[in-house]
Write a protein that binds this ligand. Structure first.
Ligand code: 5GP
Length: 185
């Protein structure tokens, strides 16, 4: 099969499929070791984390279950409002469970902070976060990331589950979009 061309809107590939695979192998090994003998629940945050969660979960060598939450996103624009809302809650009761939040990207930190407060109040046995990408230069609130894939610069990124206006989610790599695309010019 011929390789698909990189779309014109892409400026630069930040993480190749191979680099993502290596990072996930390492993460899954650490999580499998840390949670050995414990009941683990992974909570994927839709939609951005669906591919990351699927690939991570299949690498774990310990028993675990999976659930999802959906939160309000920025929509088609690339600006943070700081306001977070639940669109779809968990099916699972997390009280006394060992929980890991699986999130695609931490930007300002508002979403993860909101989630951590919300889920802590439900009294899990433990609560950690596993994040594929972090933009430290954009952080507005302090959040604890226990397992991190890549630190990236302040650019809008797509691929591997991440979108811009619901496009580019299925690119097999993580790439920065040309600023003209999200700046609308
Ligand atoms: P925060 O609340 O940390 O500012 O933002 C977290 C959410 O913003 C992420 O879950 C994601 O939905 C969205 N987000 C932030 N930066 C990017 C980006 O560069 N690309 C994409 N696709 N989503 C982003």
């Amino acid at each position: 099969m011929k390789d698909k061309a990189v779309p014109d809107e892409i400026q630069e590939i930040l993480a190749t499929t191979k680099q993502i695979d290596q990072v996930l192998d390492k993460m899954a090994r650490r999580i499998s070791a840390d949670y050995s003998g414990r009941d683990l629940l992974l909570i994927g945050i839709l939609k951005g984390a669906f591919i990351f969660l699927a690939d991570l979960a299949r690498r774990l060598t310990i028993p675990h279950s999976v659930d999802f939450m959906s939160l309000s996103s920025y929509g088609a624009t690339a600006t943070a409002s700081g306001e977070v809302r639940i669109i779809m809650d968990l099916r699972t009761f997390i009280r006394d469970k060992h929980v890991i939040i699986v999130e695609d990207i931490v930007d300002t930190g508002y979403t993860l902070q909101y989630l951590q407060h919300l889920l802590e109040a439900r009294r899990p046995a433990s609560l950690r976060s596993c994040v594929l990408l972090s933009k430290p230069d954009r952080r507005l609130v302090n959040v604890k990331i226990d397992y991190l894939g890549f630190e990236i610069p302040d650019q809008w990124v797509v691929g591997y589950g991440l979108d811009y206006a619901d496009r580019f989610r299925t690119l097999p790599y993580i790439a920065a979009l040309r600023p003209q695309v999200y700046a609308g010019g």
